[in-house]
Design a protein. Structure first.
Length: 388
């Protein structure tokens, strides 16, 4: 079912519902056309996925290239990677018809994916993780497909830094070798862990050193994003005040994903002919925070007491550069530096905390807002259960 809400919170729908990024779009298209690969890093919820899918939807890309978007965030080993690559490629080839699918399957000698066509010619397909017994051989076959496919390809691999966590293999070295010999595909590597992405692409001892054009995605300018949002409200016969938008933008530091979620809810709440202000934006955010309370409470129950103390302390500070500096440990009764560091390590391994520009902070800004309200820090947010 197609939503009438213009504030898209997943992926990409159309250029009309995509804000800005003209400079980044042109740069990536030009780099790919010049035979260069891209490494694009930014925090999660900044709009990387939407940008890539927006680029894939451009006429000069659609008419020339096969495009594949692969999210490997939850992969843990080479088998997972091969499964995700195979499923993504098959999924993109389905609209192109039986010939395109059969060409891909003909390249896979070590896998046994099933593809069935019904009487109307519609395919269904699947691959079992248990069928991937030689993942490196299967990976080589996938790259042979890319090299030999009739059309050139663009492959975007999201959360690429995850391959650095695979155990018992140097996946980066293997992929670098395959990519070097694949002249029929351009690659866009995106990642939300800037530290790991920088290490992978800028450290001299790493396989991908100096092999891409680096890019960093920054927040959209507030004036551009505000005008875009107000125009979408106006098209729906509604009005979004500048103060309301600016409050949301500031609350989430310009991070597109979080802003879209609140605008989506705010648009739904606003009646035709209605006008929204800051109080409405606050109400929309409170409703969203109420909805995530079970998740947040379960998270607090699932970590150790010391990890919870450290997490709540960082939530109050917003970010911390050095755990032992400025009386941070004593202020919050966190004990010794070693125990606090161990707690931070555990939280960072679960991606609850991240190191951003040399400072520890909560990776999920919506969780930061929930914790702020939980701690009674957010003067502009109401307590749970006290919504107007």
């Amino acid at each position: 079912m197609i939503s009438e809400n213009p504030f898209v919170i997943h992926g990409f729908v159309s250029d009309d519902l995509f804000c800005g990024r003209d400079k980044e779009t042109k740069m990536i298209i030009d780099e790919i056309a010049s035979g260069n690969n891209i490494s694009l890093s930014s925090r999660r919820q900044m709009g990387k996925t939407g940008l890539i899918l927006h680029i894939f939807a451009q006429r000069q890309i659609k008419e020339k290239y096969n495009t594949f978007f692969i999210d490997i965030f939850d992969t843990k080993n080479p088998q997972d990677l091969v499964l995700r690559l195979s499923e993504s490629i098959l999924g993109e080839l389905v609209p192109k018809g039986r010939k395109a699918i059969e060409f891909f399957l003909g390249c896979l000698k070590t896998l046994s994916p099933y593809v069935k066509f019904d009487i109307t010619g519609e395919p269904s397909f699947g691959i079992s993780i248990n069928d991937i017994t030689s993942p490196m051989a299967s990976l080589k076959e996938i790259f042979q497909y890319l090299e030999n496919s009739p059309r050139p390809n663009i492959v975007a691999i999201d959360e690429f830094q995850v391959i650095g966590r695979y155990k018992d293999c140097d996946m980066a070295a293997s992929l670098r070798t395959y990519i070097q010999h694949c002249h029929n595909a351009g690659f866009i590597f995106t990642g939300s862990d800037k530290g790991m992405m920088d290490q992978m692409f800028h450290a001299e001892n790493q396989p991908f050193f100096n092999s891409t054009t680096p890019m960093t995605l920054s927040p959209l300018p507030v004036s551009q994003y505000r005008l875009f949002a107000q125009e979408l409200f106006s098209k729906g016969g509604k009005n979004l005040s500048a103060d309301a938008f600016d409050w949301i933008y500031a609350k989430f530091d310009g991070f597109t994903g979080y802003i879209q979620k609140i605008l989506n809810k705010l648009y739904f709440m606003c009646p035709a002919g209605g006008e929204t202000g800051v109080k409405d934006a606050i109400c929309a955010l409170n409703i969203h925070l109420d909805g995530m309370s079970t998740y947040a409470q379960d998270l607090l129950a699932d970590i150790t007491l010391k990890q919870k103390m450290v997490l709540l302390a960082i939530a109050q500070e917003k970010s911390v550069k050095e755990l032992g500096a400025g009386g941070f440990l004593s202020k919050y009764g966190l004990g010794t530096p070693s125990s606090a560091k161990a707690a931070v390590k555990g939280l960072s391994e679960r991606r609850i905390l991240i190191l951003d520009n040399g400072r520890w902070c909560i990776s999920d800004k919506m969780l930061q807002a929930w914790l702020g309200r939980y701690l009674g820090m957010e003067d502009d947010l109401q307590s749970p259960g006290r919504l107007a």
